[in-house]
Every structure is written in C-alpha cells, then in structure tokens.
Design a protein around this ligand. Structure first.
Ligand code: ADP
Length: 175
C-alpha cells in the first residue's frame, strides 16, 4: 500500500514516517520512503511552488508510489501536498491508499520551525509558503489523523500502524 502523510511543514510527517518505516522493516516488510524534500532534489528537480508545479510534484510522486505499490513495496510518502483535489486524484490511481493527516496548528509548526523556513517566509524571503501565503486544504476523510501537538511520536506512529493492521495491509506488529 501507499501511506500518504500530508500536513503543514513541521507538522511531523517525516518524523512519523521514519518511525513507521523502522517498525515495518523490523517485521521484514519492503519499504520505500518518498520524502517531498528529497524528491525535489531529483525526480522533481526544477519544479517550484505554484499550484501547477505543486500538482506536478504530487503527480510524479504518486506515479512512482503506484509503480512500487503494485510490486508489493510499502510506500511511505511524506509531502505537504496542500491541494485536496490532487491528493484525491492520486488516491484514485492507487488501489490501497491510506491518507494520514498530520495535524498541528500553524502556531505550533511555526514555533517548532524545524528548518527555519517559517522565519524566512514571515520575513518575505520565501514566497508561496504553505500556511503563510499559500493555502493548505485539510483532508476531509483521512484514514488516520495524528495530532502531533498532543501526542508523542510513538503514539502518532502507533495510530498509523494500527490502522494498517485493521485494514489488513500488515500483520500484527510487535511493539
Ligand atoms: P514535517 O516533515 O512535517 O515538515 P518534521 O517531521 O520534519 O515535520 O518535524 C516535526 C517536528 O515535530 C520534529 O521536531 C518532531 O520531533 C516534533 N514532534 C513533536 N511531536 C511529534 C509527533 N507526535 N509526531 C511527529 N513529530 C513530532
């Protein structure tokens, strides 16, 4: 399956992804991670942050996720993916798709400012920054919602893993 983590920058997508990846690998699953930041260095190099470019970015990630998924690799995607419609389009193209809304308020993400990007966006040094001067459309029916301002990482990751078990995509995982 493809597990698609969406949320604001700094919400916790990468962190939860890594935790889930580790747990699945221990169980012997083949896992691939497609991280938005990393993908923009190669597969999606040259794409910017306009709506069109963001859509193209997601479409390419979705395409690779689809190829891997159909070969029984578990794909964990970590990408802001702010637009609902394109997330929906990717969902339609992948038969076993699990959407995880990594939810933390803008205030919390900005306070964390893991990569120092909010500061730059507030200073006007970065344009089209999601949450500041670009939209984020929250998922309406995500399979999982992690509230990372209230949960520790292990709790958020466990929510994801339990949903994967419930859906029958993975067998029971040891804690
Ligand atoms: P993103 O990939 O969404 O941009 P990161 O994973 O890079 O975000 O950063 C999220 C930050 O929030 C990390 O510093 C992480 O330690 C912290 N954090 C606090 N609680 C959680 C949680 N429950 N899940 C994930 N990250 C959390």
């Amino acid at each position: 399956m493809t597990v698609w983590f969406t949320g604001l920058s700094g919400a916790g997508k990468t962190t939860i992804c890594k935790f889930v990846e580790k747990k699945l690998r221990i169980q012997g699953y083949r896992v691939e991670v497609l991280d938005g930041d990393a993908v923009r260095q190669n597969l999606c190099k040259g794409l910017g942050f306009s709506k069109e470019d963001r859509e193209e970015n997601i479409r390419r990630i979705g395409f690779v996720a689809h190829l891997l998924t159909r070969n029984n690799v578990i794909v964990l995607v970590s990408a802001i993916s702010p637009y609902r419609e394109i997330r929906q389009e990717v969902r339609q193209s992948i038969p076993s798709f699990v959407e995880v809304y990594v939810n933390a308020s803008l205030e919390v993400c900005e306070q964390r400012d893991v990569k120092g990007l909010y500061k730059k966006a507030r200073a006007g040094e970065i344009k089209h920054f999601t949450g500041i001067d670009d939209p984020y459309e929250i998922p309406l029916y995500p399979e999982v919602e992690c509230q990372t301002n209230q949960e520790i990482v292990a709790e958020s990751a466990t929510k994801v893993l339990e949903k994967l078990q419930e859906l029958g995509y993975v067998v029971a995982l040891s804690r």
